[in-house]
Write a protein that binds this ligand. Structure first.
Ligand SMILES: Cc1ncc(COP(=O)(O)O)c(C=O)c1O
Length: 331
């Protein structure tokens, strides 16, 4: 697992083509695909993907976390990108068969096997800017990954941006390349000018999410996060953390909130801010930057609520705590 997150790949992947129907799933080399240079995806970004993980348990079984949620999101992304309709059963077996094939390579916790199903429009048609691709390719890559923060605790700096937008305002639910492409310039500016790792997009002062994770605020009052709408990605980790927080009797507030309210609440000594996502699980943010001013969040260091909820989620994923909600799927 040398190198950066997501740069090592298992040598083979599963693949299927759509052309008036899905072809039988093949196991093929994962280092190349054949694509016409005029393929729709290369010009009009007809692409979407997923990110989920398989974990090795102490009994050597391998378990995939919340695959049903990721499959449903890929189905929805494909629909919103006007890609051919996903076959859930085929995609599910494409994932489980591949993970079973590489069962022996799934690393023990805190490492895991990251799974990347990808759906792209393949029709060679450079005149179809205003029409969808009639054909597509679906493939699943596997990448063994380590602990995102290499055992250390995150302590992130986040730029609050109320001008830049991550993606089209009604396109946030799509996990598609175009959304990441449009966010990148804002993230690069935040890194260069503010030494921040990420941007929390707050169009018109309304807090949404970052370029690659959802945002959650914890304090004595509640667990506060934006309610679901089509402006941002409905994270599986976000939903899992909210469920665990609810199980603990914490009050959940899923609603719209502004940068002003966020800064006010984050200044209280017990406040904690976190980013949730498959890669980072739940990572602590300790500093906001807003209009060139820095704001220390809570006590200025990772706090107990985030640490405990992250540990609880990891314990379920790693088979060290009871899977009460039936989130694991044994391969
Ligand atoms: C834009 C964006 N929001 C949120 C998330 C978190 O989603 P999930 O928890 O399903 O990984 C991701 C991550 O993958 C993301 O890229």
């Amino acid at each position: 697992m040398a190198g950066e997150f997501g740069t090592a790949f298992m040598p083979q992947m599963t693949l299927s083509h759509y052309d008036n129907g899905w072809s039988h799933v093949e196991l093929v080399n994962a280092d190349s695909i054949a694509l016409h240079p005029g393929a729709h995806v290369l010009h009009y970004a007809s692409t979407c993907f997923e990110g989920l993980k398989a974990f090795r348990h102490k009994d050597d079984s391998v378990q995939i976390f919340r695959m049903d949620k990721n499959l449903e999101r890929l189905r929805q992304s494909s629909e919103l990108m006007y890609l051919p309709p996903l076959d859930i059963a085929l995609t599910s077996s494409m994932i489980t068969d591949l993970v079973a094939h590489y069962k022996g390579d799934v690393p023990a916790p805190p490492a895991s096997m990251y799974i990347r199903p990808t759906h792209i429009g393949t029709e060679p048609a450079i005149g179809k800017a205003a029409d969808p691709s009639e054909t597509s390719m679906l493939y699943t890559l596997l990448s063994p990954v380590g602990d995102y923060f290499s055992g250390g605790e995150a302590s992130l700096r986040l730029l609050l941006d109320d001008v830049g937008v991550r993606c089209g305002p009604d396109h946030g639910m799509v996990k598609g390349g175009g959304n990441y492409a449009s966010a990148l310039k804002h993230i690069m500016r935040a890194k260069k000018e503010h030494n921040a790792q990420q941007v929390l997009f707050c169009p018109n002062g309304d807090v949404t999410e970052t370029g690659a994770a959802n945002f959650i605020l914890f304090d004595d009052e509640s667990v506060l996060t934006k309610s679901l709408d089509d402006s941002f990605l409905h994270g599986v980790t976000r939903e899992s953390i909210l469920t665990l927080a609810k199980d603990r009797g914490l009050k959940i507030e899923e609603r719209d909130f502004t940068v002003d309210e966020l800064l006010e609440r984050a200044s209280k000594p017990t406040a904690e801010a976190g980013l949730s996502g498959t890669a980072a699980v739940l990572a602590a943010v300790t500093t906001f930057i807003y209009k060139d001013k820095e704001y220390v969040i809570g006590a200025g260091q990772p706090g107990p609520r985030i640490r405990d909820l992250r540990a609880e989620l990891n314990a379920i994923q790693w088979g060290e705590a009871e899977d009460k909600h039936g989130w694991l799927h044994k391969v």
